[in-house]
Design a protein around this ligand. Structure first.
Ligand SMILES: *[C@@H]1O[C@H](CO)[C@@H](O)[C@H](O)[C@H]1NC(C)=O
Ligand SMILES: *[C@@H]1O[C@H](CO)[C@@H](O)[C@H](O)[C@H]1NC(C)=O
Ligand SMILES: *[C@@H]1O[C@H](CO)[C@@H](O)[C@H](O)[C@H]1NC(C)=O
Ligand SMILES: *[C@@H]1O[C@H](CO)[C@@H](O)[C@H](O)[C@H]1NC(C)=O
Ligand SMILES: *[C@@H]1O[C@H](CO)[C@@H](O)[C@H](O)[C@H]1NC(C)=O
Ligand SMILES: *[C@@H]1O[C@H](CO)[C@@H](O)[C@H](O)[C@H]1NC(C)=O
Ligand SMILES: *[C@@H]1O[C@H](CO)[C@@H](O)[C@H](O)[C@H]1NC(C)=O
Ligand SMILES: [Cu+2]
Length: 584
């Protein structure tokens, strides 16, 4: 139990949910449900050393499990010196815990070095699924991430066991060097990924660098079982295609935390930020016996990167009990032929397991187009409707500025409407509660004619993904493709490229979403490629009017409004935390 702290005891009624807003001292009597400790140091990955930010000493960090409909407190320690930190709960909507979303300069101050912060997380009923946590500062998420599973009260599919496959990139340069290169004049690229890691494991591509100190990931299976395999795209840059050798097709049952009707595929395409659960039937004893008689006793998960100058291939091993080889050599010849990028993969094909209140075109109140463009000169920046957003703008988080009465940072709705959706003074996209937005992300040729792919991710709420295509979005044509179907809700989907070059500024591919604006707050929509984020490919959305956003009494949020304020604990001080949900 926690000890109760004085003053504020207002109970708010938000959308039928009783949200609390009492301040509590989280002293020694308060026991967080989960504790994560973040440090920076040298780690050895895939036979290489790298100075990395890690959670609980490892990359990926430990898998954490929450329950839908239950409030959990996660205490995150920034044990680093000279580095800020936030933790983002990727895919969870954080609807009533606005200071817990983990976006620096949007919803909260970062956790200062040698401080800790207690995140209140309440996955609502219906949000069970596959997520991950990651730092939202600079390039830290390349290594500071881990699986986050929201367990079901009642499973809609039955299976015998589950496995998590957390995919990450490995860059040799440090975060600091990569960040400064991407933002300096002249521009310096991070380089390409050295490897794609599965659950932190990988073998170097060149044989000379391999040694006993690293190995590929082993995924252990028992025969004749149905497994739920949860794939997490926690890569920084890599967009991958992957498949299992020698196994039956996989059946997709969950995407980005929402259950779907089962859909069979023989490969997956996963961009940074996306998650998929599939059901996979393991081999029967008879099949294993037959294969062993033919000298096969292990199978590979084959992973290949796409849409980069060169394609990289990585493997993990599927191992059944009794396999003769424990250490898997890399196959001499790739066992699978994985397709090149399938443009529009699964668009219009997946269906929600339960009706999801998909808004029709006639319900759409406003269409906002985010036109993305790469501006190339001595520096390279990404712009949305002519503006970049990085952690250095604004000087304090929007939510903090608003609570602090700096209403000039409240985006002007009128100016935004006049300007295609964005208010150019605050660089924010405002929307009113109750609006149904159609958000179109429009790819364009860079000032030097280049094109790239971008996994677009939204915080705050899941959107209905209404597809993608070449050229310019055409609402009439797309409506034909949507006729009679109910698309699923996602939080990350790919903006493809339909060629590697085009004319500067030419419209060259789009992705579109519909969004019911229900949750007041400050939420980000951004490309999930970490390099692109640092280069400006982020936007901030302000949902609700001033009163709706500033729903908490000022006295109860004071500790959140300064960097290192009372809501943040340290060695000498317990934090004073706002409880929006009572703990069950
Ligand atoms: C992380 O490490 C701390 C101690 O260093 C431990 O108390 C905590 O349980 C660990 N968290 C998880 C999720 O394993
Ligand atoms: C980490 O490893 C790098 C490369 O091996 C080395 O240059 C550096 O000194 C090491 N740093 C620490 C803190 O051990
Ligand atoms: C940490 O964040 C604070 C507040 O935004 C900022 O003033 C400070 O420069 C940051 N520190 C580092 C090392 O980036
Ligand atoms: C596996 O999926 C592919 C298409 O994705 C299909 O052509 C093939 O028939 C499927 N095989 C089985 C055994 O379902
Ligand atoms: C290069 O482009 C950036 C982004 O548009 C701009 O801020 C900068 O002034 C440009 N520099 C030059 C030398 O043109
Ligand atoms: C900002 O938007 C206003 C319209 O609201 C427009 O008049 C002005 O030119 C814009 N400024 C810039 C720098 O884009
Ligand atoms: C996309 O459209 C452009 C312009 O019409 C065309 O040149 C290109 O071939 C198309 N790409 C694909 C993959 O359809
Ligand atoms: Cu991008």
């Amino acid at each position: 139990m926690f000890s109760l702290l004085l003053l504020i005891g207002v109970t708010l009624l938000t959308r039928g949910v009783v949200a609390d807003c009492r301040l509590h001292y989280h002293d020694e009597s308060f026991v967080p449900d989960i504790v994560l400790r973040v440090t920076a140091g040298n780690i050895s990955v895939a036979c290489l050393e790298r100075y990395s930010v890690v959670v609980n000493g490892t990359s990926p960090g430990p898998e954490i499990r929450l329950r839908e409909g239950k409030t959990s407190w996660v205490r995150v320690y920034n044990d680093m010196h000279g580095k800020n930190l936030t933790m983002h709960w990727h895919g969870l909507s954080m609807s009533v815990s606005p200071f817990s979303d983990g976006t620096p300069q949007a919803s909260q101050w970062p956790i200062a070095p040698q401080h800790f912060f207690d995140y209140e997380i309440h996955p609502c009923i219906g949000q069970a699924g596959t997520y991950f946590y990651h730092s939202h500062v600079g390039f830290q998420a390349v290594s500071a991430s881990g699986p986050l599973i929201v367990e079901d009260q009642k499973l809609p599919y039955r299976y015998d066991g589950e496995r998590t496959i957390h995919l990450q990139d490995f860059f040799q340069e440090t975060d600091g060097k990569i960040e400064s290169g991407l933002t300096s004049i002249p521009f310096a690229w991070s380089g390409e990924t050295n490897n794609v890691l599965v659950n932190g494991h990988g073998l170097p591509l060149d044989e000379e660098s391999r040694s006993g100190s690293c190995s590929m990931a082993k995924i252990r299976l028992e025969p004749a079982k149905l497994y739920r395999i949860r794939f997490i795209g926690a890569t920084a840059l890599s967009f991958v295609s992957l498949g299992f050798q020698g196994h039956n097709n996989m059946s997709i049952i969950e995407v980005d935390g929402e259950y779907t009707k089962a859909h069979n595929v023989d490969y997956l395409q996963i961009g940074p930020g996306e998650r998929f659960s599939v059901l996979l039937k393991s081999k029967s004893r008879r099949e294993l016996k037959r294969d062993r008689a033919n000298g096969i006793d292990q199978y590979f998960l084959q992973i290949e990167t796409r849409e980069r100058p060169t394609s990289m291939r990585a493997y993990a091993a599927l191992i059944y009990a009794g396999a003769s080889l424990e250490e898997s050599p890399v196959p001499r010849k790739p066992p699978l032929t994985l397709p090149t990028t399938t443009l529009g993969w699964l668009d219009y094909k997946l269906r929600p397991l339960k009706p999801n209140n998909f808004p029709t075109l006639s319900e759409v109140t406003r269409r906002v187009t985010i036109t993305v463009e790469q501006v190339v000169n001595n520096s390279i920046t990404w712009k949305q409707n002519g503006f970049s957003w990085t952690e250095s703008f604004p000087k304090a988080p929007y939510l903090v500025l608003l609570y602090d009465g700096q209403y000039s940072m409240f985006p002007s709705y009128e100016s935004a409407i006049a300007n295609g959706g964005m208010d150019n003074l605050t660089r924010a996209f405002p929307a009113k509660i109750g609006e149904v937005l159609e958000i179109v992300i429009q790819n364009t040729g860079s000032t030097s004619g280049g094109l790239d792919v971008h996994p677009f991710h939204a915080h705050g709420a899941h959107y209905y993904d209404i597809g993608s295509g070449n050229g310019t979005y055409d609402v009439v044509e797309n409506e034909k493709l949507l006729k009679g179907i109910e698309p699923i809700r996602r939080d990350t989907t790919m903006l493809y490229r339909y060629g590697s070059t085009t004319m500067p500024g030419a419209h060259a591919g789009w992705r579109a979403w519909r969004l019911r604006v229900t949750t007041p707050g400050v939420w980000m929509i951004h490309c999930h490629i970490l390099q692109h984020m640092i280069m400006g490919m982020q936007t901030v959305w302000v949902f609700g009017d001033r009163e709706e956003i500033l729903m908490l009494p000022y006295d109860s949020v004071k500790g959140y409004l300064t960097y290192g304020g009372d809501a943040y604990g340290n060695a000498n001080r317990w934090p004073k935390c706002l409880h929006r949900w009572e703990r069950d």
